[in-house]
Design a protein around this ligand. Structure first.
Ligand SMILES: Nc1nc2c(c(=O)[nH]1)N[C@H]1C(S)=C(S)[C@@H](COP(=O)(O)OP(=O)(O)OC[C@H]3O[C@@H](n4cnc5c(=O)[nH]c(N)nc54)[C@H](O)[C@@H]3O)O[C@H]1N2
Ligand SMILES: Nc1nc2c(c(=O)[nH]1)N[C@H]1C(S)=C(S)[C@@H](COP(=O)(O)OP(=O)(O)OC[C@H]3O[C@@H](n4cnc5c(=O)[nH]c(N)nc54)[C@H](O)[C@@H]3O)O[C@H]1N2
Ligand code: SF4
Ligand SMILES: [Mo]
Length: 739
């Protein structure tokens, strides 16, 4: 008799946290549907959700550790793998010091609860300053901006557009209709966006491409890549000029307003119009509409981050929200109140610039070094040179700027270990690959995303399938390697984990929210024996809705969350500005020197002639960065890795639809198929990232069959947003010619 069951969980393929119902028959996943009873997503899913099944069954996916040999990879046991990884790392550390071992964390790690909670264990054991992270590719400007303005570590003070109640949404440099939102967790982004206009509100999109979001908007404006800070400062200028500045909830909670006024004085709409490609009268109108709306939110994401002025653009976006009185106002931008407050477990005060990177002297941000410096830190000899890397779920050889140099760097390392389940363009360089189970085999809780969601939500994800008997989850991998690095090999995993829990509890109780609760009581009462679940139980119980370990019997704990398989809706966002601000003065810093000092660079840019053609990125409904390209269900249909070009540029450059173009930048070149579309602004071409498969030595049969080209052969790691160190991925100067 077959064993049929339905399992409820969250989709792990983007930040939207859609609820899934996974149909399982014996040892096969037979279906994936939207969970209609999920109070947040109400049944919505996108095509990527089916990837859960494809990934689970993918024959190319590694189930056991592998070691590189002269002619490929051979399977080894976990014990062998741990022994080799630990002994190689310890030897390198003993000879060259802790900074010689770097780590790089990729995007998918945020969906793995165990990895999120235990990565710090490994990181502490390493004691290395060579910390790279995909957040340092895509989010560093936001980390710097929110950190300097609100004084809190990321993501504890990220204002989230309250989209369900907003009357006016200005989307600048984001395409949530396809990306489904980022730093703005919201299932059914298309539905939520459409609802803004359906209830009489306005959706305005500012983007060099008429994106899928622009297509459902009230209006769309082309903007020249990299000019967003100037555009947004012109809105701020107009607010001051027309005496429209109002602070709302932030009244009495800001400092530096005069400095902002002084900066904005230089950015009249007339003075930026030509640079941005948007008429002055339009900029003024948008400023007035933002100011007149009952509630409004300005939302920027990758387009305002991974560009030449990412920190200034993110700052100006926030200024628009604050100076129109929309901070902490329903329908404006608000702060989520998460049920599992991960911040309880760390200090939470923002810091940057405490040291600088070894080779090019970029400031660290919250302990992270900009990813744009990774290759030079590996390739440049001298004390502190990175000689070994631990890659945690990243395909950096396709996702980081100037990826050819990254690959060269990886191939020169003394030792490379990858926690990953594919042999892909990056991990083919590894000495050892440690595969953790696929998402369908893991249970969990989206701790980071419930910190950034447009409603307050708690939901447990159940594993749909059991992992293989000998599988190791990411938390076990981090804990096992970490304990060996600390010389704790003699302790059994239970004893190590008890130490980890006690450390978490000590940090979590330090803020004094539960004065009568002791670490011992937490240790005795927390549910679960070992691993991330009991840490989560603790966080939920001491969180704002928690049961306080019995002190508030109606409150939440992990058992109650688990007993609600579709998830628990804790309601719309509530005002909470007071407890978010963490600056020393207790006020929001409106004009941090890091931003103000960078303004002359923007002015100098505006004075220079612009490039003939620049390259920007593009996301696709069926991809999540690079790693979904081996899933047949997501790889059907037309070619997606194409260069989009405007009709004017096609004509001027001699490109024909269906032809091929050679694209050349300072660092590399490639040839891509051409699609001509008036969705692109003249002077701008667009290519998606995460492609460029079919590299030798990879095991990706499906992806290698439709390889596409690697956009990051063109992006330049030496072009970066100075304030944060983020490499420019959008706005790369290129030349384009027929191939
Ligand atoms: N389907 C799908 N969803 C995803 C992902 C995916 O790969 N596929 N990836 C996930 C990840 S890791 C992230 S970080 C999020 C990203 O989420 P988003 O930021 O919403 O995604 P993008 O599509 O990169 O949107 C950036 C937009 O900025 C525009 N743009 C480019 N340069 C500029 C500029 O200089 N100024 C302005 N104003 N706009 C500009 C682009 O045309 C594009 O429309 O998406 C997540 N969701
Ligand atoms: N040109 C350009 N470049 C970009 C971007 C862009 O818009 N344009 N976007 C940037 C952004 S926003 C981001 S976040 C980065 C993303 O870049 P990365 O963080 O490198 O993400 P992926 O390319 O998807 O690679 C993820 C890796 O993790 C592995 N993996 C996935 N899930 C799991 C899992 O559950 N367990 C294990 N063990 N392994 C897993 C996959 O096999 C793959 O090797 O790319 C950036 N690069
Ligand atoms: S929108 Fe994101 S979370 Fe929802 S089904 Fe698609 S990939 Fe999954
Ligand atoms: Mo990202």
């Amino acid at each position: 008799m077959s064993d049929k069951r339905s399992v409820h969980r969250v989709c792990p393929f983007c930040e939207a946290t859609c609820g899934l119902t996974v149909e399982v028959d014996d040892d096969a996943i037979v279906g994936v549907r939207g969970d209609r009873d999920d109070p947040f997503s109400k049944g919505f899913i996108c095509p990527k959700a089916y990837g859960l099944k494809g990934l689970y069954h993918d024959p190319d996916r590694l189930r056991r550790p592998v070691r590189r040999t002269a002619d490929g990879f051979e399977e080894i046991s976990w014990e062998e793998a741990y022994d080799e990884v630990a002994s190689r790392l310890i030897a390198i550390r003993d000879e060259h010091g802790p900074d010689a071992i770097g780590t790089y964390t990729g995007n998918p790690i945020v969906h793995d609860l165990g990895a999120v909670l235990y990565r710090p264990v490994l990181q502490r054991a390493l004691g290395s300053r060579s910390l790279f992270n995909s957040a340092a590719i895509d989010t560093l400007p936001k980390i710097v901006q929110t950190g300097l303005m609100f004084g809190r570590s990321f993501p504890l003070a990220v204002p989230i557009p309250d989209i369900d109640r907003s009357d006016y949404l200005l989307v600048i440099g984001a395409n949530p209709a396809v990306s489904h939102g980022s730093l703005m967790t919201m299932p059914d982004a298309p539905g939520r966006l459409k609802a803004v206009t359906e209830r009489g509100g306005k959706l305005v999109v500012v983007d060099p491409r008429r994106s899928e979001t622009a297509q459902i908007a009230s209006e769309h404006h082309f903007i020249r890549p990299g000019s967003d800070a100037a555009f947004l400062l012109a809105i701020v200028h107009t607010l001051f000029e027309e005496d429209r500045v109002t602070l709302g909830a932030a009244e009495d909670l800001v400092e530096g307003l005069d400095d902002v006024q002084e900066v904005a004085r230089e950015f009249s709409p007339e003075s930026v119009a030509e640079h941005c490609g948007i008429e002055a009268a339009e900029i003024r109108r948008i400023a007035r509409e933002l100011s007149d709306a009952e509630s409004a939110a300005c939302y920027g994401r990758l387009g305002t981050c991974v560009q030449e002025f990412g920190t200034l653009a993110s700052w100006a976006c926030e200024l628009v929200n604050i100076l129109t009185g929309n901070l902490d106002r329903p329908g404006g931008v608000m702060f989520t109140r998460p049920a599992a407050p991960i911040d309880a477990a760390f200090d939470g005060r923002f810091a940057m610039g405490r040291w600088h990177s070894r080779v090019s002297g970029r400031p660290e941000v919250e302990g992270l070094i900009p990813s744009s410096t990774m290759a030079e830190e590996i390739l440049t000899e001298g004390p502190g040179q990175v000689r070994a890397m631990i890659l945690m779920m990243t395909n950096a050889a396709r996702s980081a700027a100037n990826s050819e140099r990254i690959e060269e760097a990886f191939s020169r390392l003394d030792f490379l270990v990858a926690i990953d389940f594919y042999i892909n363009e990056t991990t083919r360089h590894a000495d050892i690959i440690l595969p953790t189970p696929s998402p369908a085999e893991l249970s969990g809780y989206e701790v980071p995303f419930y910190l950034l969601s447009v409603r307050n939500i708690a939901k447990w994800s159940s594993a749909a399938m059991p992992p293989p008997d000998d599988a190791q989850e990411a938390w076990q991998v981090f804990s096992r390697i970490g304990s060996r690095l600390m010389g704790l090999d003699a302790l059994d995993p239970q004893a190590v984990d008890d130490l980890v829990l006690r450390q978490f509890a000590t940090a979590a109780l330090a803020d004094g929210a539960w004065p009568e609760l002791s670490v011992d009581e937490v240790f005795d009462k927390v549910e679960g024996d070992i691993g991330p679940d009991r840490i989560l139980d603790m966080l939920l119980r001491i969180g704002p809705y928690g049961d306080g370990f019995g002190r508030k019997p109606d409150g939440l704990n992990l058992r109650k969350v688990r007993e609600a398989p579709h998830g628990i809706d804790l309601g719309p966002l509530q005002p909470r500005l007071d407890d978010v601000i963490g600056t020393e003065s207790g006020r929001i810093a409106l004009a941090p020197p890091t931003m103000v000092d960078d303004v002359p660079r923007l002015q100098a840019r505006m004075a220079r002639p612009r490039e003939d053609v620049v390259l920007i990125g593009r996301r696709d409904m069926r991809s999540t960065n690079s790693f979904t390209h081996n899933l047949p269900a997501l790889m059907k249909g037309r070619e997606r890795c194409v260069l989009q070009v405007s009709p004017a540029d096609a004509e001027r450059l001699g490109l024909v639809p269906g032809g091929a173009a050679r694209v050349t930048s300072r660092v590399g070149k490639l040839v891509a198929p051409v699609v001509v579309t008036d969705d692109l602004m003249p002077g701008v071409v667009s290519l998606p990232h995460g492609w460029g498969h079919a590299a030798s030595g990879t095991r990706l049969e499906v992806a290698n069959g439709r390889p596409g080209v690697n956009a990051n052969l063109l992006t330049d790691n030496e072009a970066y947003d100075v304030a944060s160190g983020t490499a420019v991925l959008f706005g790369t100067p290129v030349s384009v010619e027929p191939a």
